[in-house]
Design a protein. Structure first.
Lengths: 340, 381, 350
C-alpha cells in the first residue's frame, strides 16, 4: 500500500510557452501542485487558465509549438515488481522517446473531452483497445482480446462482444466515453488524467460516467487528475482542488475547504457567480466584473488584479504573489495573505 | 447594471486598445493580405507573375523583330551573346554573324565575327505596332539602329527553322498563352459559382441534376474530346475565332471543379447560425446569398481560381503542341513547342525548347501564389 | 399562478400539438423509410413578460421546438398562436411568407455559439443593423443611432461599431447577438442555450444582463437550456422535454422542489451540486436516452424509469394538469412522491 504522504506526482513551477507568429502565449506561468497516490485532484479554472496545457505538459503531448520552458514534473514510477519505485523528472525525458512512450498509457493514462475525435474512425474499438494493450503488456493477441473484453465489461458497456467489433461512430456519446476510459485503464495505470471527460455529455450520462470513474478508482487503486471548469463536478469527485487563473495556481486546498472556506478573491467570486438550483428563481447572480484578459495582454502584477474586488493599489498591480500556506494543506497565491 | 459593467469594461478596454484597433477593424481582405505577405514563396511568385503580365501588356514593345518575318537564310541560328562592356567602357552590342553550310553534313554553321560590333540600343526603332492596341509606335525595348536592321542582326535566343526571331515570338506567345488562361477562368468562374451556388443553396432536384451533369462531364476523357472538337472547328475560321472557341471549350469542362467547391461551401454555410440569424432578421434569399454567404467563400474561390489557371495554361499548351489547338500563324507557347517535337531539335537546336521555361515558370508561380492564397484565405479559421 | 383580483396574464405564445418529423431516406430513389420524431405533439404556452425555461438533454427536441416557433424550421404540423402588437392572434405556422417577414419584427432569436452566430466578415454596425436594413427602417444615420443605442443597452461601447467580431471575446459576442435581437424591440425572444458556450464568470454577467433587459424592455423569453441551475435563475416557469415529448411544465419553484415526473426528478438529481457535502444524495439514471427515430412503446421514458409499470410500457401518457398550472405526462403522477431540490439554507455557501 502506498504511503499517501509520499511523493507521487509533483509539479513544481511549470512554465509552458507557445511561441506563435503573433507573440508568445504563456499558457502555464509557474504552476505547482501535487497529486497523491490513490486520490483525486481536481483542477478547475476557466478558459485560458492553462489547466489542459498543464495536463498535457505532464504527458508531454503538447500541440506544436508548445514547449516546456521551466519547471519540474516529478513522477514516481512503478518498479518492475509493480510496487512504487523511484521518482523521475518527466521534463528531462525526450517527448518522443521510449521512456515517455512507456509511461504514456502504461503508467499515466489520459481521457479526452471529445471521445468522437479521440478514436480513429477507421479502426474498430477492439482494434484500438488491443493496440494499447499489446504496446504495454507482454501478452498474445488472444489474451489482449480477452483483456479488452474484460475492460469493456468493467466500464459497463453491455454486450461487449458485439461492441468490440464496432466503430466509434456506432456508439453513443456515453458509450464512447466509456470505451475511451476502458482504453485508458487497460494497462492499469497508476494515474489517470481526465480532461473535461464529461463536458460533452448530457447531465444524466455525465452522472453515470462520474459514478463509473469513482468506482474504477476504488477498484484499480489509481490516482485521478480531473480537469474541468464545472465546479459541481469538482465537488462530486475531488479530494483536493487546485484553482487556476491565467496560467497560475491561485488556490490549492482539500475540496471541503475550497467550497466552504475559500480564501482567494477569485475562488470566492467564482463560487458566488455560479448558478445554483437552490436559489430563488430570477435571482440575480453576483458576477465578476470584466472578462478574462487576452493571453497577449496579461496584466502586470497579479493576473487577477483588474477584476479583483479586493484590489490593493501599489501592491497587486506591481508584484506577483507567491503560493503560500495559510492553513494546513491550504495554499493561496494572494497579497492579502502574504507578508506576515 | 449595464452602466457599471460598461464603465469597468471601459477601463479594461483602454488597456487593450493600444495598437489593436487596427487589427480589430481589419476587414477580411486586410487580414488575408497580412497573412499572405508572410508567405515568402507566394510573394516571389506574385512578383514573377506581375513580370509575366507586364510582358502581356508590352509584348510588342519587348519584341525585337516582327515575329512573322521569316528569312530561311537565317534559319536555325543559335542565340547571340549580348555584350555589356566593350573592352573597359560600357556599351551594349552583339557580334556579327556569318553563316555557311557544311558541305558534308548539310548542317548550317554560324560563325561569330568578334571584329564586327553591332551596337544595341534601348528604345530603338523597329517594326510598327499598336501599343495596347491604341497607340501606333515603332519603339521597342531593344534594337539596332541604321544601317543595321533588327530583323537581320539581333537574335537573343536565336532563330527557328524559318529564320524567325525566337525571342520576339516568345514575347507574343506569352501574351496569348497567359490571356487564354484568364478568359477561360472567368467563364469557368461564372459558370461554377452560379451552378454550384444553385446546387448548394437550393438542394433537391436542381442539386441532383447538376451534380450528375458534373460527373458526366468529368468522366469524359479530355484528349479525345479535344481532338473531336478540334476536328469539328471549321478550318476557315480566323485565328481569333479559333482562339475563343478553344477558350470556351476548355472552360466548359473547367467549371466543374469550382462548382463542386462552391456547392460544398454553400452546404456548410447554409446551416451556420449567422445565416439563420439573417433569415430571421428579414433578409431576402438574394441578400443572404450575396451579402452573407458569398464573402465567406470568396477567398476560397480566389485561391481555387489561381490554382485553376496553371491547368488551363497546360491544356492550351498541350492542345497546341499536339496541333489540336492554336495553329500557325498564331503564336503561343504550345505552337512554338510544336517545332521542338523531334530529337533533331533537342540535339541541334536546343534553344527552340526555350518556350518550355515560361510554361514551367508560370505554372509554378501560379501554384505557389495559389497555395499562399489558400493558406491565407481563411483568416477567421 | 393563483387567482387574484388582477386579470389572468395574457398568453403571448400558445403552442398546440406541435410536430416536427425529419424523414429518414434510404436508397437510390431516396424513399422515406422512417422518421425522426424530433418534436412529437408538444404543447405549452408563455405568458406576456415571463420567462419559460425549456430544458432537456440532447435529442429531446428543445432546439427544434425553439426554431419551429420562429419558423426557422418548418413545422410538420401544429398550431403556434402568437399575440401580435395589434392585439390579434396569428398562427405562425400557417402564415404566408410575406406576413411572416413582418411578424419576425416581433420575435427574435439569440444563438448558442457566439462564434458562429455572428458573420465574421461584417462589422458590428452591419450585424446589429441588419434587421433595420432589411425592414427598411430609417436612413443610414438613424440606423447608426439605433445600433449605438442597442450596443449601449447591452453594455458595449458604441465606438466598437466599426470593429469585426474577431476583436471580441465570447461574452462580448454574445452581447452583440443580444443587441442584434433587440434592435427591433421585439416582444418575444427565443434564447437557444445563450450561456452554454461561455465561461462561468461570463455566464453570470450575461444572465444578469438578460434579466435587466427583460425588465427594461418588457420582454418575454423562451429560454432553452440543458443546465438546470441556469434555468432556475432565469425562469418563472419551466418545461421539461424528453425525446420529443413534453413531460412536465410547472412554475420554477414547484418543479424544482416537487417534481412530478420521474425524469425531472432524475435530471435534478444528476445535476452535480457545487457542494461536496451533498455527495451522497445522487440518483444515477441507468440506460441511454431513447432513440427519437425508434422510441419505445408506451411512455418513452419507461425503460429507464424505476417506477414503470405495465401501463407505462404499453400506453403513452398524456400531458394533464394535475394541480393549478402544473402539467405532467405520467401515468403515475398522482401517486408518486419524488425527491426534488430544497431551497438554500440560511447560511449559504462560500
Amino acid at each position: 500500500m502506498s504511503n499517501q504522504t509520499e511523493e507521487f506526482l509533483s509539479v513544481r513551477n511549470l512554465v509552458t510557452h507557445f511561441p506563435l507568429d503573433e507573440g508568445t502565449v504563456v499558457a502555464v506561468d509557474g504552476a505547482s501542485f501535487d497529486v497523491q497516490a490513490g486520490m483525486t485532484l481536481g483542477i478547475v479554472g476557466e478558459s485560458g487558465c492553462g489547466k489542459s496545457v498543464a495536463a498535457r505538459s505532464i504527458l508531454r503531448i503538447l500541440d506544436k509549438p508548445g514547449v516546456i520552458v521551466d519547471g519540474e514534473i516529478r513522477f514516481r514510477r512503478r518498479s518492475a515488481n509493480g510496487e512504487l519505485g523511484e521518482v523521475v523528472d518527466l521534463t528531462t525525458y525526450d517527448a518522443d522517446g521510449d521512456e515517455m512512450r512507456s509511461i504514456r498509457g502504461g503508467e499515466i493514462a489520459y481521457v479526452f473531452q471529445e471521445p468522437m475525435t479521440s478514436f480513429s474512425p477507421v479502426h474498430t474499438i477492439g482494434n484500438q483497445l488491443m493496440e494499447a494493450i499489446l504496446l504495454h503488456r507482454n501478452v498474445s493477441k488472444k489474451e489482449a482480446e480477452e483483456i479488452a473484453l474484460d475492460m469493456l465489461r468493467q466500464v459497463g458497456i453491455p454486450l461487449p462482444e458485439e461492441r468490440i467489433r464496432q466503430y466509434s461512430f456506432e456508439l453513443s456519446g456515453g458509450l464512447r466515453q466509456r470505451a475511451m476510459i476502458a482504453m485508458a485503464l487497460s494497462c492499469n495505470p497508476s494515474l489517470l488524467i481526465a480532461d473535461e471527460p464529461t463536458t460533452a455529455l448530457d447531465v444524466t450520462t455525465q452522472a453515470q460516467i462520474l459514478e463509473l470513474l469513482q468506482n474504477l478508482q476504488k477498484d484499480f487503486g489509481m490516482a485521478v487528475m480531473l480537469i474541468t471548469h464545472d465546479l459541481g463536478v469538482i465537488a462530486e469527485m475531488a479530494d483536493n482542488v487546485v484553482v487556476m487563473y491565467l496560467g497560475k495556481v491561485v488556490e490549492s486546498a482539500p475540496v471541503d475547504d475550497i467550497f466552504h472556506n475559500p480564501k482567494h478573491p477569485y475562488t470566492k467570486a467564482l463560487l458566488e457567480s455560479i448558478p445554483r438550483v437552490q436559489s430563488g428563481s430570477r435571482e440575480k447572480l453576483a458576477s465578476i466584473t470584466g472578462s478574462i484578459p487576452h493571453p497577449y495582454d496579461r496584466p502586470t502584477g497579479c493576473a487577477f488584479n483588474p477584476r479583483c474586488p479586493a484590489f490593493m493599489e501599489g501592491t497587486c498591480d506591481v508584484g506577483e504573489p507567491e503560493l503560500t500556506n495559510v492553513e494546513s494543506n491550504h495554499q493561496v497565491s494572494c497579497f492579502l495573505f502574504q507578508g506576515g | 447594471m449595464a452602466e457599471e459593467s460598461a464603465a469597468l469594461g471601459r477601463a479594461l478596454d483602454d488597456a487593450a486598445d493600444r495598437s489593436s484597433e487596427r487589427v480589430y477593424s481589419a476587414t477580411q481582405w486586410q487580414l488575408m493580405w497580412w497573412r499572405l505577405r508572410r508567405h515568402r514563396l507566394a510573394m516571389v511568385a506574385a512578383v514573377v507573375l506581375i513580370g509575366f503580365y507586364i510582358v502581356v501588356l508590352g509584348a510588342n514593345f519587348l519584341a525585337i523583330s516582327d515575329p512573322q518575318f521569316s528569312e530561311a537564310f537565317r534559319g536555325e541560328m543559335p542565340p547571340q551573346r549580348l555584350h555589356f562592356f566593350d573592352g573597359w567602357s560600357p556599351g551594349l552590342y552583339v557580334n556579327g554573324v556569318s553563316g555557311a553550310r557544311d558541305l558534308k553534313t548539310f548542317k548550317k554553321i554560324y560563325v561569330n565575327d568578334p571584329e564586327v560590333k553591332i551596337p544595341v540600343r534601348l528604345f530603338a526603332r523597329g517594326y510598327e505596332y499598336k501599343f495596347l492596341g491604341l497607340i501606333r509606335t515603332d519603339r521597342h525595348l531593344l534594337g539596332v539602329s541604321a544601317p543595321y536592321k533588327s530583323e537581320e542582326t539581333l537574335f537573343l535566343i536565336g532563330t527557328d527553322v524559318q529564320g524567325r526571331d525566337v525571342w520576339s515570338r516568345l514575347m507574343l506567345a506569352t501574351r496569348i498563352s497567359m490571356l487564354i488562361g484568364l478568359v477561360s477562368v472567368v467563364i469557368s468562374l461564372i459558370l461554377g459559382v452560379v451552378l454550384g451556388g444553385v446546387s448548394g443553396y437550393y438542394g433537391g432536384w436542381p442539386d441532383i441534376i447538376i451534380q450528375r451533369v458534373i460527373e458526366i462531364l468529368r468522366s469524359i476523357p479530355t484528349i479525345p474530346l479535344w481532338m473531336g472538337i478540334a476536328a469539328a472547328v471549321p478550318r476557315e475560321w480566323s485565328i481569333i475565332k479559333i482562339y475563343f472557341a478553344i477558350t470556351i471549350i476548355i472552360s466548359l469542362i473547367g467549371w466543374t471543379t469550382l462548382a463542386r467547391e462552391v456547392r460544398g461551401r454553400f452546404l456548410s454555410l447554409r446551416d451556420e447560425d449567422f445565416v439563420t440569424a439573417a433569415e430571421l432578421s428579414g433578409a431576402s434569399k438574394m441578400r443572404i446569398i450575396f451579402r452573407h454567404m458569398a464573402p465567406s467563400f470568396l477567398s476560397h474561390i480566389i485561391a481555387s481560381t489561381t490554382l485553376a489557371l496553371p491547368a488551363i495554361i497546360i491544356s492550351e499548351t498541350s492542345l497546341s503542341f499536339l496541333g489540336l489547338g492554336l495553329r500557325p500563324p498564331a503564336i503561343s507557347w504550345g505552337v512554338m513547342l510544336q517545332a521542338a517535337q523531334n530529337v533533331q531539335t533537342i540535339a541541334l537546336t536546343p534553344w527552340l525548347m526555350v518556350p518550355a521555361v515560361p510554361v514551367i515558370g508560370a505554372v509554378l508561380a501560379f501554384n505557389f501564389l495559389g497555395d499562399g492564397l489558400r493558406d491565407a484565405a481563411d483568416p477567421y479559421g | 399562478m393563483v387567482e387574484s383580483t388582477q386579470q389572468a396574464p395574457k398568453r403571448l405564445l400558445d403552442v398546440t400539438d406541435l410536430r416536427k418529423y425529419f424523414p429518414i431516406k434510404k436508397g437510390f430513389l431516396r424513399k422515406q423509410v422512417g422518421a425522426i420524431r424530433a418534436v412529437d405533439d408538444v404543447s405549452f404556452f408563455i405568458n406576456e413578460g415571463e420567462t419559460l425555461g425549456l430544458v432537456g438533454e440532447s435529442g429531446c427536441g428543445k432546439t427544434t421546438t425553439s426554431r419551429c416557433i420562429l419558423r426557422a424550421v418548418e413545422p410538420t404540423s401544429g398550431q403556434i398562436m402568437f399575440r401580435s402588437t395589434i392585439g390579434e392572434e396569428v398562427d405562425v405556422a400557417k402564415l404566408p411568407s410575406s406576413q411572416l417577414r413582418l411578424l419576425r419584427r416581433e420575435m427574435q432569436m439569440i444563438f448558442q455559439d457566439p462564434f458562429s452566430s455572428l458573420n465574421p466578415r461584417m462589422t458590428l454596425l452591419d450585424i446589429v443593423g441588419e434587421p433595420l436594413t432589411n425592414h427598411n427602417i430609417g436612413n443610414r444615420s438613424e440606423r447608426e443611432d439605433r445600433v449605438a443605442d442597442a450596443l449601449k443597452l447591452v453594455g458595449l461601447r458604441p465606438e466598437f461599431m466599426r470593429r469585426f467580431p474577431h476583436a471580441f471575446s465570447g461574452g462580448q459576442r454574445q452581447r452583440i447577438g443580444i443587441a442584434r435581437a433587440l434592435v427591433l424591440r421585439p416582444r418575444l425572444i427565443v434564447a437557444d442555450e445563450p450561456v452554454s458556450a461561455l465561461d462561468v464568470s461570463v455566464q453570470a454577467q450575461v444572465l444578469n444582463l438578460m434579466l435587466d433587459l427583460q425588465e427594461e424592455l418588457d420582454l418575454t423569453y423562451l429560454f432553452v437550456a440543458h443546465d438546470l441551475s441556469v434555468v432556475k435563475h432565469i425562469s418563472d416557469r419551466v418545461a421539461v422535454m424528453y425525446v420529443g415529448k413534453m413531460v412536465e411544465v410547472a412554475t420554477s419553484e414547484e418543479l424544482f422542489a416537487q417534481p412530478k415526473h420521474p425524469y425531472t426528478s432524475a435530471l435534478l438529481s444528476s445535476n452535480p451540486q457545487p457542494d461536496p457535502r451533498t455527495r451522497s444524495e445522487r440518483v444515477v439514471l441507468q440506460g441511454e436516452v431513447a432513440n427519437p427515430a425508434d422510441p419505445p412503446l408506451g411512455c418513452y421514458f419507461n425503460p429507464r424509469c424505476s417506477y414503470a409499470t405495465d401501463v407505462c410500457r404499453s400506453q403513452p401518457p398524456q400531458l394533464t394538469e394535475i394541480s393549478p398550472n402544473h402539467f405532467v405526462s405520467c401515468h403515475r403522477a398522482e401517486e408518486l412522491e419524488l425527491p426534488g431540490v430544497a431551497m438554500a439554507k440560511a447560511d449559504g455557501i462560500g
